[in-house]
Design a protein around this ligand. Sequence first.
Ligand code: MV4
Length: 667
Amino acid sequence: MFSKILIANRGEIACRIIQTAHRMGIRCVAVYSDADADARHVAMADEAFNIGPAPSSESYLKADKIIEIAKQSGAQAIHPGYGFLSENTQFAEACEANNLVFIGPPSSAIAAMGSKSAAKAIMEKAGVPLVPGYHGDDQSPDTLRKEAAKCGFPLLLKAVAGGGGKGMRVVERMEEFDDALAAAKRESKNAFGNPDMLIERYLTQPRHVEIQVFCDKSGKGVYLAERDCSVQRRHQKVLEEAPAPGLSDETRKAMGEAAVKAAQAINYVGAGTVEFLYDVDGSFFFMEMNTRLQVEHPVTEMVTGQDLVEWQLKVAWGDPLPLEQSQVKTRGHALEARIYAEDPDQDFLPATGNLRYLSTPDESAHVRVDTGVTEGDDISIHYDPMIAKLIVWDETRDQAINRMVQALEHYRIAGVKTNIRFLHALADAQPFREAELTTGFIEDHRELLFPKSKLDTHKALVLAAGFVLEQRKSREVISTDPWSPFGRQNSWRMNSEYAQPLQLQVGDEIHELKVLERDDRYQVFVGDSVYNLTARLDDDFLQAVINGHRISIHGNLHNDQLVLFYEGDTFQCTVYRETYGFEEMAGEGSLAAPMNGAIVAVQAKVGDKVTAGQSLVIMEAMKMEHAIKAPADGIVTEIFFVEGDQVSEGAELIAIEVTADAEEEAG
Ligand code: MV4
């Protein structure tokens, strides 16, 4: 086996490769751009070389530089991962020319799949099912028109040089054909420098089902089951799973054998994926072949129990395939969700920022996290915005979905917008549970995928108050003077009674809360409601009881930015410090003394029914009178001072129990 390899990639896939290589006793050389000096893949590798500035074109795509470093460092092979140089024929050739093993197929196999029409011709010859249509060289409009008529409508014009959904056009009727053809040719000429088209019958409700294949250097091939990747957004996969729900064993076998034939037809070596369109009637058609290890390979690993990177390394070294076809077994069901730095509420605009808080679900036989980042890392504009892949496994699809929903709730990120809430809604959506998988899934179920917040605003605000106050308390400096009253934090606190304003901004709206603290319990006034709150914060974990409703949530408060995580959802707000003047404070209806002073009038008595805004106590301080007003409708339950008393700032003056109406509204 190799003793040292170079990984020409970054992020999660570089980490993934290093992990297996290390398990096999192989040393790893990493490469990194200026932006990645502190990246996880660099830290994991045995040695690492800087290859240039942040942009990929100046670093991870610098084939010559990478080959030079591989030679210098004594690496025997290069693993390209996915993306970057992984399907670059010149790079594969350059490796071969420099006596470095390219951990991937021969460059000729990559080239064979580069053109859609050439790929279709090869597949046709190998007996792999194709969507009926035309993929010939004759591109005259007359020929194409005749072929279109033969194919029938609706049909799909696809750019020969296209891929990943670019350069496609649906044509519904013959009358539209000429215009559509001219437009599609223009587009493809501009995008790919090649105007050639192929024609296919358009399948309206297809699924994307792909087969994982492997071939060794002796020409033997096996398939490792299939993946359903139908849930996509603009040709970006979002959720993938294995096996494909509802696929019969016969179809699986036929598809698998077709995929192996496809690979063998181009003398394939290593890991490859043959993508099929799978139609509602159970028929399937070759779509394209990806000549690399794919992002979603972990779901195959979870159901087969095989390590595909290990297979790649063995095959590249020249070993035979680890298993015969008859030895490949699958068990249970696996799902993968791609966690992206993006904003679903802004049409999935890529997001950037610092991962100031990152907490991942515990890994186990059921939960796997493939990631290239750690807390504190930046998500930059330079690379793919994928933060992690969350992979789950269980005996049945339904149990696997439950695992996924739960694991997403335990994936908490603050500092960068993510699609976690969207993924949570997706995995939990009834049509997904019922495996209504088509490539239109996300478009067809938009209303389910952008759900209303599960936490009502008042409760969220009260939890936010609990988090803020408990965190402030835990961070208060404890005096080293054993006689200082501030040193004996707890006992001193126990007897204190003070109210404070707390402003929380949610979106454009500022909520002005009042918090009264006594005996480690809080009363939080929000609008016309009051909530009884007890809260206990343990690092990022808040256990709260609000009017008898116990809620445990995680959160992160950093520089006045608070994020609370609740059942896959987040609640975000900005916390303002106390900025009130005394006048305002009294006027705003606080029940606490705004400052040291004297009680000059008590205008209510115990048992009184009072309404919000009603003046209850008049205080004098610095020769000015201040009205203390009721913050909510309620009944006066206790009055702590009488006329003439001196009170200190923050002392609670009157206790009010909010009336049933207000309580109901609050609950
Ligand atoms: C199709 C098709 C329907 N009929 N071909 C999109 C990506 C490209 N590689 C092939 N694609 C499609 N080809 C025929 N004859 C529908 C799609 C398609 C699609 C395929 C797989 C996953 C998601 C998709 C989303 C839109 C369209």
